[in-house]
Design a protein. Structure first.
Length: 75
């Protein structure tokens, strides 16, 4: 991740702010659509960051013989 990319936490915080704005009755349709589009982009980015973290955890758990112990991940 480069310095310009938001962290997973930052993506979630912005998503929460977007939801609050969308729930506000004063948000007009154009603003609501723009927020919705931003939310979809940020959700995709957060999912990508989460998948990358999951892969990293799996790599760390991989044994020297090439087997993968994911018992703790499945609980």
């Amino acid at each position: 991740m480069n310095a310009a990319s938001p962290s997973f936490r930052e993506e979630l915080e912005r998503l929460e702010a977007i939801v609050r704005s969308l729930e506000d009755e004063d948000t007009d349709l154009d603003q609501g659509l723009a927020l919705f589009e931003e939310g979809v982009r940020r959700l995709k980015a957060a999912r990508k960051l989460l998948r990358a973290a999951e892969l990293k955890v799996k790599r760390v758990l991989e044994s020297a013989d090439g087997t993968l112990d994911t018992a703790d991940l499945d609980d």
